[in-house]
Design a protein around this ligand. Structure first.
Ligand code: LFR
Length: 476
């Protein structure tokens, strides 16, 4: 054990960041140093909705160069991002900008996949909730377009970055678990399923666990970034939600978590997957966690409802002050509609306030009139979905939930935390905000020997460094 630094690259759907983590287990300290933050989002091209992956790579490598300038003692780099999306490669060459999971192409692909393997069978094999953008459906669309025939490898976004940095093509296991092609009982690629779906088995890279090293930086990359010698790229929980769960300062046997950013990932941590009919009907997922834990959770739409509404209102150039909007939302006294935050109509980018109003008209609920009412309606609907999903997670898993931890950007949203406590009747413990980056840092720090121990000892370190804010249910 000692003191040292690692660099975390954490890419969310609306922004990315590079953060230095300074860890000293003997002193019991963990500190973050924010190095770079850059916007991210979809770009509509002729072929559909894509990520500006090239721009993201430029921004994150600039951030890394800055991190190495500030802290020449950086021992390693770890990368996490949103799940399910990937790049196709032929040799070293990326076959176009990766698709954004909100692209509409998956609709037809879902039917094609279920015609070959019914959803019940898929769930039994991969344990994943139905989300129309799971990689397995996206690949059916690629296949229909002939793109898989051109590719010799497929790398999920963090693995793609790892490849550009090191030259190694691997598949980190927590994120691979979101493809729908990893067997829930073994954690290995499900070759039978891959074959049944007619996918080329050779495009899938060897699996690595969080903590395993990809290797050193390519010499040209190291030179360009001014990297100290010997920097390693280490696999972390490269699915952002897996990293976030590492840094939830909870007692997993009696807590639920909500990793709240673009999405609200609501669930519990388990030792073993639950793939019962009831879990499938509740559309709960069993995603792979760090140290072989299981993330038994459900995707709730999350702050996307708010950020995409704000983006819509800002489309003519007006700038909206989010804290002021939320303060106005908190002062709304008239009852507002509680709509179904999980309705698939809210998935695609565009006029979200219009779709919320449409939902309300269809359901004879009061249609929000002002932006403050829209914001309040969104917060109440999220809080209600969070509370209900915690209840389902508890019933389906057998975990007796006594507290709810909210981590990620949502932990800063007081109104949301308070209303989640009120609607669930349980105390909400909010923070850390940067749980994902912290989980990324801790898994690297453990691989470097800067900290030791199981997830419980890592979480104890988080709780000391970032004491959560407590919200008691008010009974309203
Ligand atoms: C959160 C997240 C969710 C995943 C969604 C799409 O950032 O990774 O866990 O379902 O994005 O990839």
């Amino acid at each position: 054990n000692g003191a040292g630094a690692v660099a975390a690259v954490d890419l969310g759907a609306t922004s990315g960041r590079v953060i230095l983590g300074h860890v000293d287990q003997a002193a019991g300290t963990l500190a973050l140093e924010h190095v770079a933050r850059f916007p991210n989002g979809p770009v509509r091209l002729a072929s559909g909705l894509h990520w500006d992956f090239t721009g993201l790579y430029r921004d994150l490598t600039r951030g890394l160069a800055d991190a190495f300038r500030r802290e020449p003692g950086v021992a390693s780099v770890g990368v996490d991002s949103w799940a399910v999306d990937y790049g196709l490669l032929r040799g070293d060459r990326l076959l176009g900008e990766p698709f954004h999971y909100r692209d509409a192409r998956n609709e037809a692909a879902v039917e094609a996949v279920h015609a070959r393997v019914p959803f019940e069978e898929l769930y039994r094999r991969n344990g994943l909730q139905f989300l129309p953008f799971n990689t397995v459906y996206q690949l059916a669309a690629e296949q229909a377009g002939g793109w898989l025939d051109l590719a010799d490898s497929l790398l999920l976004v963090p693995d793609l970055i790892g490849f550009l940095l090191t030259g190694a093509k691997v598949a980190e296991r927590t994120n691979a678990s979101t493809t729908g092609l990893v067997a829930v009982d073994t954690g290995e690629w499900d070759d039978d399923l891959i074959e049944t779906l007619g996918l080329p088995p050779s495009v899938f890279a060897p699996l690595l666990d969080p903590g395993d090293a990809l290797g050193g930086l390519r010499a040209d990359v190291a030179a360009e970034l001014g990297a100290p010698t010997g920097v390693q790229v280490v696999a972390v929980g490269s699915h952002d939600t897996a990293s976030a769960v590492v840094a939830v300062p909870m007692r997993a046997e009696s807590a639920a978590y909500i990793s709240c950013g673009t999405w609200g990932l609501v669930g519990v941590e388990l030792e073993h997957p639950v793939t019962t009919d009831a879990a499938r009907e509740a559309n709960f997922t069993n995603e792979g966690g760090v140290d072989g834990r299981v993330r038994f959770l459900h995707n709730v739409m999350g702050l996307w409802l708010l950020s995409e509404s704000v983006r819509w209102w800002e489309r003519d150039g007006e700038a909206i002050d989010l804290p002021a909007l939320l303060a106005a939302a908190a002062s709304v006294t008239d009852p507002v509609a509680v709509f179904d935050a999980n309705d698939p109509r809210f998935l695609a980018p565009g006029d979200l306030p219009g779709r919320i109003a449409e939902w309300c008209r269809e359901h004879d609920a009061p249609v929000p009139q002002t932006r403050a009412e829209f914001a309040r309606s969104i917060v109440e609907s999220l809080a209600e979905a969070f509370a209900q999903t915690v209840r389902t997670a508890s019933v389906r898993s057998g975990v007796d939930v006594e507290t709810i931890h909210v981590v990620g950007g949502g932990a800063l949203n007081e109104l949301l935390c308070r209303r989640t406590a009120d609607r669930s009747g349980l105390p909400v413990l909010a923070g850390p905000v940067e749980a994902t980056a912290i989980g990324n840092v801790l898994v690297q720090a453990r691989a470097q020997g800067l900290v030791a121990g199981d997830l419980e000892s890592l979480r104890a370190l988080v709780a000391r460094a970032f004491p959560p804010v407590r919200y008691e249910p008010s009974g309203r």
